[in-house]
Write a protein that binds this ligand. Structure first.
Ligand code: 5GP
Length: 205
């Protein structure tokens, strides 16, 4: 039971995923949050290497060519991608790795790594999304509209996820996510070696 679990968390822009991730990291041990590369401009307060690695299109395209990204996608005019090395390193160290990525990236991960767990986080009602995006005050009206349009498209893919979490009460949502990952560690499918040992030993009874 040593290898870490790879969990992909997606959700509409403005669903509060970032806050859930931050709290999960503070509250529980043994998690590693992957830091993505992006070509979008940093928001106020965002630092290179903390929230994202902020890179030029040319730099990201070179990473893609060199196969340094586990997946990548375009989202509202920018590239976003997951650096491969950190994820593979953390998983082999037994850490539970979280990727906070959009739906196209999530589907690519599921294709490449079928044992990954896909979780979709949504606010209790869709009406709150517009208000949250406007309230955040970090995007122009035009970008907010593009993000809402994208959310409307992404909604069609919710059924492809393994779990859906409603982010109504932060602590509850964080605990539910943690419990999902704990339960996943116990899946028989993930513990074949251990089961084989038990079977061998049971044969000697
Ligand atoms: P934001 O610009 O709001 O930080 O992120 C926009 C969207 O890109 C969010 O849905 C976020 O989850 C997603 N995203 C962030 N990093 C990655 C990544 O490495 N790969 C993919 N496919 N999506 C990402």
């Amino acid at each position: 039971m040593s290898k870490g679990i790879l969990t992909v968390v997606s959700g509409f822009s403005g669903a509060g995923k970032g806050t859930v991730m931050k709290r999960l990291m503070e509250k529980y041990d043994n998690y590693a949050l992957s830091i993505s590369v992006t070509t979008r401009q940093p928001r106020e307060g965002e630092r290179d290497g903390i929230e994202y690695f902020f890179r030029s299109r040319e730099e990201v395209e070179e990473m893609i060519r060199k196969d340094q990204l586990l997946e990548h996608a375009e989202y509202v005019g920018n590239y976003y991608g997951t650096p491969r090395f950190y994820v593979e390193d953390m998983l082999s160290q037994g850490k539970n790795v979280i990727l906070e990525i959009e739906i196209q990236g999530a589907m690519k991960i599921k294709e490449k790594i079928p044992e990954a767990v896909l979780v979709f986080i949504t606010p209790p009602t869709i009406e709150t999304l517009r208000n949250r995006l406007i309230g955040r005050g970090t995007e122009t009206a035009e970008v907010i509209e593009s993000r809402l349009k994208r959310a409307s498209e992404e909604a069609k893919g919710i059924n492809l996820y393994d779990y859906i979490l409603i982010n109504d009460q932060l602590e509850e949502c964080v605990d539910q996510l943690h419990n999902i990952i704990l339960s996943e560690h116990c899946r028989a499918q993930r513990n074949k070696e251990f089961i084989n040992t038990i079977l061998e030993d049971a044969g000697t009874l």
